[in-house]
Write a protein that binds this ligand. Structure first.
Ligand SMILES: Nc1nc(=O)c2c([nH]1)NC[C@@H]1CN(c3ccc(C(=O)N[C@@H](CCC(=O)O)C(=O)O)cc3)CN21
Ligand SMILES: CC(C)C(=O)C(=O)O
Ligand SMILES: [Mg+2]
Length: 269
């Protein structure tokens, strides 16, 4: 592992000042990370969405620290020079300050992550400060919080009432004051995404929060058409790999059954 981080977190604030968009995507394994890095994507998130996109769970809650570490190690092997963010799993940072610090430390030491991401607003301030003081860069995440699905009930757009919008502005300011280097804004009205982005000096990374955010993040499998349980309104499919995969496998099965695979070129004399 290189001992010098390719891009320091302060570079992203400069990127914002220069008006240059920041591009993020999730990655969960070595080939996905290598493809995203080769495409010039700025930062990779090993999202706890892996629970749903690649591990077959119904929501993000079951994901364990060990599973997240295992996948982050693969991402790091696939993209040794990428800026990689470890999405802290549900209950890996809520139980106590000590446990949160230990788990975030594992992400850095065992998985080679460059930073961690936590879901929550002002209530996380003491933890964000402790992590940053310990030398661990923190990306915050406000708005729709998938790890609270069991209290919120559904994945729903946030900040639609004046009170909810004001709370999100407070949360955004709070996580910036606590030392977060960037903040994900998930699923809020586009105008509010713009307002929060103008209110902060740190970059906002939007998902379903409009074009005025300083950067965007998407789930890799949504962009590639590989996640077909549902299509979030906030994502655009740039390929139909789910359909292409099924068609390729049907062709393979047909060719085996009709004797056209393996051909002479696949056989040894
Ligand atoms: N594949 C995938 N993509 C994601 O973006 C994603 C995950 N999984 N898992 C974790 C969270 C959950 N997210 C989601 C999931 C569903 C919607 C969704 O269906 N939204 C409705 C609007 C709901 C409403 O406000 O009424 C939509 O129509 O898109 C949004 C974000 C974002 N994250
Ligand atoms: C959608 C992004 C922000 C995320 O948290 C994830 O992929 O887990
Ligand atoms: Mg997540």
């Amino acid at each position: 592992m290189s001992n010098k981080t390719k891009v320091n977190v302060s570079a992203y604030r400069k990127r914002k000042e220069a008006g240059e968009k920041i591009v993020m995507i999730t990655a969960y394994d070595a080939p996905g990370a290598a493809a995203a890095f080769a495409a010039g994507i700025d930062m990779l998130l090993v999202g706890d969405s892996m629970a749903m996109t690649v591990l077959g769970y119904r929501n993000t809650l079951p994901l364990s620290m060990d599973e997240a570490i295992f996948h982050t190690q693969a991402v790091r092997r696939g993209a040794p020079d990428a800026f990689v963010i470890f999405d802290m799993p549900f209950m890996s940072y809520q139980v106590s300050m000590e446990e949160a610090l230990r788990n975030a430390g594992r992400a850095i030491k065992e998985a080679g992550a460059d930073a961690v991401k936590l879901e929550g607003g002002a209530e996380l301030n003491p933890l964000i400060s402790r992590l940053v003081d310990a030398g661990i860069p923190v990306m915050a995440h406000i708005g729709l919080l998938p790890q609270r699905i069991q209290t919120s009930g559904t994945y729903r757009v946030t900040g639609r009432t004046p009170e909810a919008a004001a709370k999100l502005l407070d949360d955004a300011r709070a996580v910036e004051a606590a030392g977060a280097f960037a903040v994900v804004l998930e699923c809020m009205p586009a105008d509010l995404g713009g307002e929060l982005s103008r209110a902060l000096a740190i970059p906002t990374i939007g998902i379903g929060s409009g074009v005025q955010c300083d950067g965007q993040i998407q789930v890799l499998n949504d962009v590639l058409g590989l996640f077909e349980d549902f299509t979030p309104k906030h994502s655009r499919r740039y390929a139909e790999l789910g359909r292409i995969t099924r068609e390729a496998l049907q062709s393979y099965a047909n060719d085996v059954r009709n004797g056209s695979f393996p051909g002479p070129e696949n056989s040894f004399q």
